[in-house]
Design a binder for this molecule. Structure first.
Ligand code: AMP
Ligand code: ZN
Ligand code: FE
Ligand code: FE
Length: 271
């Protein structure tokens, strides 16, 4: 039986693995394919595909777009996207620029709280990838302001913490369109965080084609519920671990893996 993990982050966003490490680890864990779905970037996909050439592992080009519906964060996964599509790259550049500006705002909030964080420490950690709160958390650890990433979120930058700044958010409809226009299949990530399942029907009208049924935080009863929903609404079924490397050590690559026939269905749905 062949398996795939369709939710993997790299150091191009807030994960810690480079493509070569991911490829090695995926093969070791018996995976036949992984989808790289970094937050708001496809920058590392060409390198990952090149490095997997000749290996027994398929790299599926993907992205995880950050969107918001009213006060709920919604993540939209895009699979089999054309990662060289110029409109896609332009939109992602805008989002990334916005993320850079947001770091400045969070740093000035931290300063008001008496925490002097050097922006360079943050940007050295994020490197060429999309910058976000995970890099700020790691910089806070590095400079000794907190002892752990989780303490950084709890004390300073978590959604309800004092230095938090809301990032730029696409509407789910826009995120779906960006993915579809780049030839990708749009899938709702970890639907359990969306506390309103009727929204899914609305997203389908916008072009959504699948839901991430298999996910570490989904209990068996949630899985059954979403499988049922997928059947009713004629949605594709995906799944993955949301692997981030050493910053989320409890999540292991391939801990959620799906049979390859689901990957083939996803591939066939590509326009
Ligand atoms: P951003 O897109 O910059 O808002 O950052 C979102 C990232 O922060 C995601 O990868 C989340 O997993 C991570 N994150 C959000 N809240 C927490 C938390 N309380 N503890 C650890 N990571 C978190
Ligand atoms: Zn992430
Ligand atoms: Fe997500
Ligand atoms: Fe993710």
């Amino acid at each position: 039986m062949k398996y795939a993990d369709l939710h993997v982050h790299t150091l191009a966003s807030d994960g810690t693995y480079a493509p070569a490490q991911l490829i090695r680890e995926s093969i070791k864990r018996g995976l036949s394919a992984i989808a790289i779905v970094d937050h708001d970037t496809v920058g590392i996909i060409p390198q990952a595909i090149a490095e997997a050439k000749g290996e027994a592992l398929e790299i599926i080009a993907g992205v995880e777009l950050t969107a918001q519906y009213e006060n709920q964060e919604v993540h939209i996964l895009g699979y089999f996207v054309d990662y060289l599509n110029s409109t896609l790259l332009e939109k992602l550049k805008l989002v990334q620029q916005n993320r850079i500006e947001r770091v400045g705002k969070i740093i000035s909030n931290l300063k008001e709280l008496g925490v002097k964080l050097n922006p360079e420490t943050v940007f050295n950690i994020s490197g060429k990838g999309t910058v976000g709160r995970m890099h700020i958390a790691r910089a806070l650890v590095k400079e000794g302001h907190v002892n752990s990433v989780s303490e950084a979120f709890r004390k300073y930058i978590g959604d309800k913490s004092p230095a938090y700044v809301l990032g730029f958010r696409l509407f789910p409809k826009e995120a779906i369109k960006i993915i579809n226009d780049a030839g990708g299949v749009a899938v709702l990530a970890h639907p359990y965080i969306l506390h309103n399942d009727t929204l899914i029907s609305e997203f389908i009208k916008d072009g959504l084609q699948g839901i991430e049924v298999y996910y570490p935080e989904h209990s068996q009863s949630m899985i059954n519920f979403y499988l049922d929903l997928a059947k009713q609404l004629n949605l594709l079924v995906t799944g993955g671990s949301d692997f981030h490397g050493s910053v989320k050590p409890e999540i292991k690559l391939g801990m959620i893996k799906i049979p390859f026939e689901l990957v083939e269905k996803l591939r066939q749905a590509k326009k």
